[in-house]
Design a protein around this ligand. Structure first.
Ligand SMILES: Cc1ncc(COP(=O)(O)O)c(C=O)c1O
Length: 508
């Protein structure tokens, strides 16, 4: 689409109005590092929108002064990952008198920070530690350890196998396990699938009962939904309003025929810590198996699988400064639970997970685990102080609330709602400067607010105003300050554009 100005019709509640708007490309501009202040300090014509919130277009935009990239394209519908670009369906009219339409909104880059963008999305993924990249690269080429670890009869295979076993010991060391208890997978999603489906199918092919919580990662929830489609029964325990799934809540839903309890240790959206050890103690008295999703806790908390009383534990490489595409499943070796393999083939990993082992990925994950262990004290202290700093800065922004229990939380995952600010719009306003995330999920037709915040009982409005900041090993104080400053500016701009914000006493 070419940039320019044109008259557009807007419908709201059967009334059509015509407004001049600047129309521009719907795709974000390619990242440009250099913008003059004149270019950057532009005012929005239409922002703070989302499929959930009807959007408002400035009724009398001075379009001649507006930047050419800003505008509205009502012809496009459907939901895209670009979040606030897209408004689909008939959005409810929340702005009486203002034009509302089903439309796609072009972006407003707003004012850009000078300097490199700040990455505060470590819970989504982490950059790979440079030492790990170096070690991985030595497992790929002709001069490196490229052999198939299963080809033990020759030197190349043996070298690879030794590298894999070293990494196995490193991962085991991180969680207090024996190396023989570690099964390599492609990531936590696969580990979770292997654990949940494998355990349940092995226990009973004709149905049974599973317990989990409603704030689990989709890897767990969707796997449980699949089991339900096969005839198994799943109980989803709700957390309390602080985001805590207590052992008492779990105990109250256990049955004689409960095969498995699956719980996350640290929640990826709000950072709350579940006392899985206490749940393990409850389960010790019965046959029910405990699966712990430790994808987020392994890089953040000391983990001892025996203390937790866990039978199976899922881990992910890329959440702990290792590579993507590798994970592990801990399977207890004493009274091992029976697990039905989900992949069939070369019988690697004692037949539990067939497939040629990716030496370089595994070496990367092993080193990552070792570094997490070595740096634990330092990384935790840094995360604590940066977390405090970020919270203080964000708390200075009016009408800000933090989600989830703030005491039983890992430092470094901060979930916050800014009243009257749509999270997708905020992320778009920041997208060149600060990388954060919202728990919203874009389906084919609409944006759904975070299932975790809904499980916590957060209102739809507050959930749609929530974003997650996650800090990590490479985060600096300066980055936290710059990010908070930029967020404060963007929040102010978006609120200024929200008619709800100016209504006395209103909470958007
Ligand atoms: C708690 C939790 N479990 C599981 C996963 C899935 O991990 P992976 O990306 O390794 O498949 C994630 C990733 O976001 C997570 O945060």
């Amino acid at each position: 689409m070419r940039s320019g100005h044109q008259l557009q019709d807007y419908r709201c509640g059967g009334t059509t109005t015509r407004h001049p708007v600047a129309v521009g490309p719907l795709q974000p501009e390619p990242r440009k590092r250099e913008h003059s202040d004149r270019e950057l300090d532009t005012t929005a014509v239409a922002v703070n929108v989302s499929p959930r919130h009807a959007f408002g277009v400035n009724p009398a935009p001075d379009t001649s002064a507006a930047p050419p990239f800003l505008g509205v394209d009502p012809s496009a519908t459907g939901c895209s990952s670009l979040g606030p670009y897209t408004v689909s369906g008939a959005a409810p009219c929340r702005l009486p008198g203002l034009p509302i339409a089903s439309a796609t909104v072009a972006h407003n880059p707003g004012r850009r920070l000078h300097g490199d963008p700040v990455y505060l999305d470590y819970a989504a993924t982490t950059p790979v530690d440079p030492r790990i990249i170096e070690a991985m690269s030595q497992c790929l080429g002709r001069d490196g350890v490229f052999g198939n670890p299963a080809s033990r009869p020759h030197l190349f295979g043996r070298e690879a196998s030794e590298a894999v076993e070293k990494a196995r010991a490193q991962v085991a060391g991180l969680i207090g396990a024996d190396p023989g208890e570690i099964v390599w997978t492609s990531g936590a999603t696969e580990s979770v699938n292997l654990a949940i489906k494998g355990l349940v199918h092995a226990a009973s092919s004709s149905g049974g009962h599973v317990v989990t919580s409603s704030m689990e990662h989709r890897a767990v929830l969707d796997t449980c939904a699949h089991l339900e489609s096969e005839g198994y029964e799943v109980t989803y325990v709700d957390p309390d309003s602080d985001g805590m799934v207590t052992p008492e809540r779990i105990r109250s839903v256990l049955r004689e025929e409960t095969i498995l309890v699956s719980l996350m240790h640290v929640n990826n959206e709000v950072g709350t810590v579940t006392d899985v050890g206490a749940v393990g103690a409850v389960l010790r008295a019965q046959k029910t198996v405990l699966h712990v999703d430790a994808a987020q806790s392994a890089p953040r908390l000391p983990l001892d699988v025996r203390e937790l009383g866990a039978d199976v534990v899922s881990l992910s490489g890329h959440k702990m400064y290792g590579p993507k595409g590798v994970g592990a499943l801990y399977v207890r070796s004493t009274r091992p639970p029976r697990i039905e393999p989900q992949m069939h083939g070369g019988e690697q990993e004692h037949g539990l997970r067939s497939g040629t082992l990716p030496t370089h990925q595994i070496v990367g994950m092993g080193m990552a685990a070792q570094l997490v262990r070595q740096r634990r004290t330092r990384d935790t202290a840094t995360a604590r102080s940066l977390d405090r700093r970020l919270r203080e800065r964000l708390d200075d922004i009016p009408q800000t609330s933090f989600n989830g229990n703030q005491e039983e939380r890992v430092p470094g995952i901060v979930n916050v709602s800014f009243a009257c600010v749509d999270s997708e719009a905020l992320m778009m306003a920041l997208r060149e400067d600060v990388a954060i995330s919202s728990g919203s999920a874009c389906t084919s037709a609409r944006v759904e607010s975070s299932h975790v915040l809904r499980a916590l009982g957060v209102s739809d409005d507050a959930a749609s105003s929530s974003v997650r900041f996650s800090l990590g090993r490479f985060t600096t104080e300066r980055e936290v300050d710059r990010a908070a400053e930029r967020v404060a500016e963007a929040v102010q701009t978006l609120r200024h554009l929200s008619p709800q914000w100016s209504k006395p006493g209103s909470w958007c």
